[in-house]
Design a protein around this ligand. Structure first.
Ligand SMILES: CC(=O)N[C@H]1[C@H]([C@H](O)[C@H](O)CO)O[C@](OP(=O)(O)OC[C@H]2O[C@@H](n3ccc(N)nc3=O)[C@H](O)[C@@H]2O)(C(=O)O)C[C@@H]1O
Ligand SMILES: CC(=O)N[C@@H]1[C@@H](O)[C@H](O[C@@H]2O[C@H](CO)[C@H](O)[C@H](O)[C@H]2O)[C@@H](CO)O[C@H]1O
Length: 370
């Protein structure tokens, strides 16, 4: 072969590959139906960066399904659970989304690289031994056989917002496979509005129900840790030990949790980390809990559901600063304005994130408060 032929032989495939690479970038933008926008101050990447915001979410959100998802889900009957739907929609608006992240810590928790180097609430560093001993007692690390084996899971996160009151959504909430409740939100006496089913209740020492009789039967007690002391408290609850000293808590805490160890779980702290730093964009503060860098528990629960449920709905969400005198919760008279005192949360920024999920139909908001 002549040297010029050799050169052509090498150059041609390179040109073809170059062309494919270039046009696939173009094609990608067309498939999502986006017109590239020039937003230099919020651009993050080189080619596609200009259509994403600082957090990495698509700037132009709409409810339309991209072509390949329309093909996958378009023919399913209305109301049938769509496998992988929430994660697929999330990926279209937030391409960095990586689905695998277990709900709860299990015996292999030390292999969870993203959380092993952060202190609570963003990880479990320094708490490995106590977690090991707790997990030895709980022995169960999933939702239970029946729910774990479902091929498609529809989840609802019931927030504690006053907006739930008198909406008669109880029976709709009960239709979900997994009903997540938070802190000490009551069920009994409020069934008409909030339903009767509780798959799990996620909470921390100061948020947990304090009257043992108020715990519903057949639900998982899911512990979310915010500080090292919380792990000590949880170990005492799991082992049914007498609570020694309540110093260090910011409010009175439960002394007894009427659940068997097999019904207790530790929430993967990755959801606090991801919600705070990736999704909402709260201050990193060297990876430590600080002013305004804690997502509310409801947003942590939604983050967990995006990774572990096929469809995600919410109800009872919304801090509305325009109605400061409206009740903050569906079960008590504390006013909405009380949330302004919070130094841990950034409600406006968190709302911005939740709005993106609702706008793009990643989650369905039954009470339209987001
Ligand atoms: C004074 C205070 O710290 N209040 C916090 C209380 C308090 O700790 C517990 O009730 C226990 O006493 O807990 C919080 O949350 P709380 O227990 O009120 O509510 C659970 C979740 O529902 C969503 N929510 C609630 C009310 C409302 N009007 N709109 C909403 O969207 C939120 O996502 C919320 O997380 C918490 O842990 O996040 C958030 C609150 O900021
Ligand atoms: C280190 C510590 O205990 N800090 C407390 C915060 O956790 C607590 O915030 C509260 O922290 C909770 C977790 O422990 C929840 O995130 C809750 O939404 C949030 O309001 C505030 C309440 O005013 O008091 C501080 O002393």
């Amino acid at each position: 072969m002549k040297p010029t032929h050799k050169l052509l032989f090498v150059l041609c495939p390179m040109l073809v590959l170059g062309f494919i690479y270039y046009s696939s970038g173009k094609l990608h933008l067309h498939v999502w139906g986006q017109k590239p926008q020039v937003e230099p101050e919020i651009s993050v990447g080189r080619i596609v960066g200009s259509v994403y915001d600082k957090q990495g979410f698509l700037l132009q959100l709409d409810t339309k399904l991209p072509l390949e998802l329309a093909y996958k889900y378009g023919n399913l009957t209305e109301g049938v659970c769509k496998p992988g739907y929430a994660a697929a929609k999330m990926t279209t608006i937030y391409p960095k989304f990586m689905k695998p992240a277990p709900m709860f810590l299990d015996r292999n928790f030390k292999r969870l690289a993203k959380v092993s180097n952060y202190l609570p609430p963003f990880g479990f560093k320094t708490q490995e031994r106590i977690i090991d001993s707790i997990l030895t007692a709980t022995k169960n690390y999933g939702l239970g056989e029946e729910l774990d084996s479902l091929s498609c899971k529809r989840c609802i996160i019931v927030g504690n917002g006053g907006i739930l009151f008198n909406k008669s959504l109880g029976s709709r909430i009960d239709e979900y496979d997994i009903v997540v409740r938070l802190n000490s939100a009551p069920v009994s006496g409020y069934d008409k509005d909030v339903g009767t089913k509780t798959t799990m209740r996620i909470t921390y020492p100061e948020g947990a129900i304090q009257i043992p009789e108020n715990y519903e039967k057949d639900s998982l007690f899911v512990f979310s840790a915010f500080k090292p002391l919380d792990f000590k408290w949880f170990r005492q609850m799991v082992f049914k030990e007498k609570l020694r000293g309540t110093e260090g808590f910011w409010k009175s805490v439960a002394h007894y949790v009427p659940r068997e160890p097999a019904e207790m779980r530790i929430l993967n702290p990755y959801f606090v980390q991801e919600a705070a730093f990736q999704f909402i964009g709260l201050p990193f503060n060297n990876g430590l809990m600080g002013k305004g860098n804690i997502p509310t528990l409801g947003t942590v629960a939604i983050t967990m559901a995006l990774h572990n449920c096929d469809e995600v709905a919410v109800a009872g969400f919304g801090y509305d600063m325009n109605t400061p005198h409206a009740p903050m919760h569906y079960y008590e008279t504390v006013k909405m304005s009380a949330i302004k005192e919070s130094w841990t949360h950034n409600i406006p920024k968190e709302k911005e994130f939740l709005r993106k999920l609702v706008k793009a139909n990643v989650i369905t908001d039954l009470t339209n408060g987001i």
